[in-house]
Design a protein around this ligand. Structure first.
Ligand SMILES: [Zn+2]
Length: 212
């Protein structure tokens, strides 16, 4: 953990949530989420409100089998994982690296498409919250050494007020049938639908290591 991450103590987080009037149950979720993420990053704090809002709009709870799409790999996936149990490991989380702070959640469905709720950070609404606005824009005006506390307070004061939502339809991805194929290059096996021509991804376009 980097030294800077210790600046927000658990007490500072709790006090900031209290000042913002964050409901107790959501506070508990935010503490769990911050622990999972290793520190209360602004992106995960906003993400907590996004997931909470999306689930309420969809009328679902984390006990249900939910699916999600996250439009950025930064921070936001952890809110889906911790609060909605939509994880990379259970294969219900798809990360589409569009670079927007937005999520889509839907319930399980047997149909080809299903109604989902998309929640996103609304740039117009953000104008009411100048510190979040400059942080979100990655503006040089945002000084993380002096403005982090103010940013956290603004995030908890704003809550859902910086978010907008829309009803959308998304494609339901069926589980693929597959068989195991041995790569002639490395001798390891992969599912047939992941083979690249005559070799596996590690021997091809997804090579990421060299044997030492
Ligand atoms: Zn291979």
């Amino acid at each position: 953990m980097q030294a800077g991450h210790h600046e927000e103590t658990p007490n500072a987080l709790k006090a900031s949530m209290e000042r913002g009037g964050v409901p107790q149950q959501l506070q508990q979720e935010i503490i769990r989420l911050s622990d999972f993420h290793t520190y209360p990053a602004p992106g995960v704090l906003i993400g907590a409100f996004m997931v909470d809002y999306a689930m309420e709009l969809l009328g679902v709870t984390a006990d249900q089998k939910l699916y999600g799409v996250c439009e950025t790999p930064k921070c936001l996936p952890d809110a889906l994982q911790v609060m909605a149990h939509i994880t990379t490991g259970n294969n219900r989380l798809k990360i589409v690296p569009i670079g927007k702070f937005a999520i889509t959640i839907n319930a399980a469905s047997e149909d080809a498409t299903v109604e989902a709720v998309r929640v996103y950070v609304d740039l117009v609404k953000l104008k009411e919250y100048p510190t979040i606005d400059v942080w979100y824009a990655n503006s040089p005006v945002f000084d993380k050494h002096t403005m982090k506390g103010k940013l956290m307070d603004e995030i908890f004061t704003a809550g859902r007020n910086i978010l907008s939502s829309e009803r959308v339809r998304v494609t339901v991805h069926k589980k693929k049938k597959w068989s195991s194929v041995t790569c002639p290059c490395c001798g390891e096996t992969v599912p047939d639908y992941l083979i690249e021509g005559d070799h596996c991804g590690a021997c091809g376009s997804m090579k990421y290591y060299n044997i030492v």
